[in-house]
Design a protein around this ligand. Structure first.
Ligand code: SF4
Length: 714
């Protein structure tokens, strides 16, 4: 917005007002949204809040307060059910999530240009960059950008702070929208001096850059500068700094009431500029105040009083001086080939008008919006949206003709080349299936050969159309317009990444869930989230397992215990039996030494027979303990499957060994029988011992105390 004022015949001050003042698009949108929400909420009875001031302008905030908008110092102040308006400077994602979880309804007034910085920081982090944000770390916008970055991020205010950083790998720079371009440039230079490979994302706000440029030029033309805006407003403070660099006196005012006539000398030229959060009427009040000072001074002159304002040299306005002159501080005219950032101001089926900061708006034909044909441009672009466009030519009427499609294509090729060079993964929406593969839209046409889809060959690719795949760029040739993509490589990389992550995180003794991938004669391979561990047959069960297929089959989801991790060889040993209770823990209580129990012969070997007492607990009957006679081979006495009575000779739970004896069990049973009969014989003296016991006496040891036998061998 421009205000025409200047020196008149009777003026003592000449006032030059910057061509552009009033709200920028972001602030305008935020204030209008707040007013609308307040109006709607008034009917519903819900309160409307902003976190801190909505914009950095006291008078606007007071006006919003009168409309019922309340200022919260934190989310805790906002009760569930109320409405929270996010400021034009944005907010970190955690705050949004927290507000929604609390039941607060959120209205987002984030400026599209701030959103652009947040998006840039987030995608750069995802691409593996360390992000440097040039800006004020305490400013809401910078805090929101840091919140959206999902990886390593540093904030620096000046190039000097860069030296304090420890940086590795790829570095990218974004900036607070209101930063001065030269500060950003110096930070980048400093990083490059440190031999860093630096990517720079253009995130400066074109509105503030333009105002800063105007301020610089205005400062050359005036004696005194007045900057109008909130004391907390970052972009207003930048204007003040730029003014001061010119060596001219600069006064920062919030309203016309702040103006002191003593700041000016008679005949001074005063430049007036305003921050982007200053309403136009506040600037106009300031200019009106200057006029008032002029009129008062003139009246005082007439009364013969001392010249005022100020004590500067006497210099009356020249009669017939130049008419009012507007401060036309216009950036250089654009030329074909320039890329510009602008705000869409009008969308119609015939053309889209874009404010690119010059006298004339740029014209964007609908056919130049993007690669795909659109019948209604308003479906893909909205008024107020910030876009980048290439100036294709200047038409006969001096209007820049724009193309967003060419900027998007250029950006797409750059992104593809970078992805190819750096091995990055990109997203590829599949648009169609063709002979031999898939076609994806990656800003240009990309081809995914069938052999590069999935990890294994897939016969029918039709299910992929409409899906977005993560792919690697394996070939890119801008000249031939050829882009070859591979989903397979991206999947392999992802699998390897997961494998390493799992390997790093595994701890011996922990229980994990996995899927049985393959079963062999010696065990099974179990995928525990990216890495296959070996579940050996001996670790499958506490009981004897002859074939792993008795226990697991492919596709089973099972809990396994991590027994051993060899990170160097990338090998993991797993156990299944460790997940359940250990039967040996109860073995001592269940099978005390000297007890006689029953078991099943599960294996016969040269030196004896193994007898299962309960599931998972087996003991050895040594060959010498099989019978009360000499045995040449255990198979003379027992065979697999026999149920036998054994005496427990020794239990060693630590080594999981139990020594058993069939021989002693039989003798023990005989002894018990003899004792029983002897007891009965004493009651009935007619029957002799010999009559009752007969051959049972043979081989039975009746002398001495009963003792636990010791095995010959274990
Ligand atoms: S100054 Fe620029 S970035 Fe900030 S709100 Fe205004 S338009 Fe958006």
């Amino acid at each position: 917005m421009a205000l025409s004022t200047g020196r008149t015949a009777k003026s003592l001050l000449e006032v030059l007002v910057a061509r552009e003042y009033g709200f920028c698009i972001g602030v305008k949108k935020a204030v209008e949204l707040a007013q609308k929400v307040a109006e709607e909420a008034g009917e519903s009875g819900r309160s409307v809040w902003t976190l801190g001031p909505l914009i950095h302008n006291r008078r606007v905030v007071n006006d919003l307060a009168r409309r019922g908008i309340r200022t919260a110092s934190g989310l805790a102040d906002v009760p569930p059910g109320d409405i929270l308006i996010l400021p034009s400077h944005g907010a970190p994602p955690e705050l949004l999530a927290e507000a929604r979880a609390k039941g607060v309804s959120v209205r987002d007034a984030t400026c599209p240009l701030v959103r652009k910085v947040q998006d840039a920081a987030r995608s750069l982090c995802r691409e593996g960059y360390t992000v440097i944000v040039v800006g004020d770390p305490s400013h809401t916008e910078v805090r929101s950008v840091v919140g959206w970055a999902s990886g390593p991020v540093h904030v620096v205010e000046s190039p000097e702070e860069v030296g304090d950083l420890t940086l590795e790998g790829k570095v990218a720079v974004v900036s607070q929208t209101t930063q001065r371009p030269e500060t950003v440039r110096r930070v980048v230079e400093r990083l490059r001096e440190m031999a860093m490979d630096v990517r720079v994302e253009p995130t400066l706000c074109h509105v503030t850059s333009r105002r800063q440029e105007e301020m610089r030029e205005l400062a050359q033309k005036v004696d005194v500068l007045v900057v109008v805006g909130g004391r907390q407003s970052a972009n207003t403070k930048k204007l003040v700094d730029i003014g001061r660099e010119s060596g001219k006196p600069v006064y920062h005012v919030e309203s016309a009431q702040d103006i002191d006539p003593s700041w000016f000398n008679k005949g001074d030229t005063v430049g007036v500029a305003a921050g982007t959060s200053t309403p136009d009427w506040v600037t106009e009040e300031v200019v009106a105040r200057m006029e008032e000072i002029n009129e008062n001074t003139e009246a005082q002159d007439k009364e013969g009083k001392a010249a005022s304002p100020g004590a500067g040299p006497e210099e009356a306005a020249e009669p017939g001086a130049e008419p009012a002159q507007e401060a036309q501080v216009i950036p250089p005219l654009p030329k074909a080939g320039d890329t510009v950032t602008g705000t869409v101001v009008k969308v119609s089926p015939e053309e889209i008008l874009v404010d690119i900061g010059y006298k004339t708006e740029g014209i964007l034909p609908p056919s130049e919006l993007g690669r795909r044909f659109v019948s209604d441009p308003s479906e893909v672009v909205k008024e107020g949206e910030v876009i980048d466009a290439l100036i294709v030519r200047i038409d006969d009427e001096g209007r820049p003709v724009l193309s967003r499609r060419r900027v998007a294509e250029e950006q797409a090729w750059r992104r593809l080349e970078e992805a190819h060079r750096e091995g990055l993964t990109i997203e590829a929406p599949v648009t169609s299936k063709v002979k031999g593969g898939l076609v994806a839209d990656v800003g240009t046409r990309g081809f995914i050969p069938a052999s590069q889809v999935g990890l294994e060959y897939i016969e029918d690719l039709s299910g992929y159309v409409g899906k977005t795949l993560k792919v690697k760029v394996i070939e890119v040739d801008r000249g031939d317009r050829r882009v070859i993509l591979s989903e397979k490589k991206a999947l392999e990389e992802e699998r390897e990444r997961q494998r390493q992550a799992v390997l790093e995180s595994l701890e011996e003794g922990e229980i994990r869930e996995g899927e049985v991938k393959r079963v062999t004669d010696y065990g099974a391979f179990v995928d525990i989230g990216g890495i296959d561990g070996l579940l050996h047959v001996s670790e499958m069960s506490w009981k004897r397992v002859n074939d792993p297929r008795e226990v697991v089959k492919e596709g089973d989801r099972i809990q396994v215990c991590v027994l051993k991790v060899d990170r160097e060889k990338e090998r993991v040993s797993l156990g299944l039996k460790q997940v359940g209770p250990d039967p040996w823990a109860e073995a001592v209580k269940q099978f005390p030494v000297g007890s006689i129990v029953e078991g099943r012969v599960v294996s016969v070997v040269d030196f004896g027979a193994f007898v299962e007492l309960t599931e998972g607990v087996e003991g050895l009957v040594h060959i010498s303990q099989l019978a009360p006679r000499r045995v040449a081979h255990p198979s003379e006495v027992v065979e697999v499957g026999d149920r036998v009575r054994v005496k427990v000779l020794k239990v060693n739970p630590k080594e999981r060994r139990i020594s058993l004896s069939i021989r002693e069990a039989e003798q023990e049973m005989d002894r018990r029988q003899i004792k029983k009969f002897l007891k009965e014989a004493r009651k009935d003296s007619v029957v002799t011992i010999g009559d009752v016991v007969g051959d049972l006496l043979q081989g039975a040891n009746l002398g001495g105390p009963e003792k636990d036998g010791e095995p010959d061998k274990d």
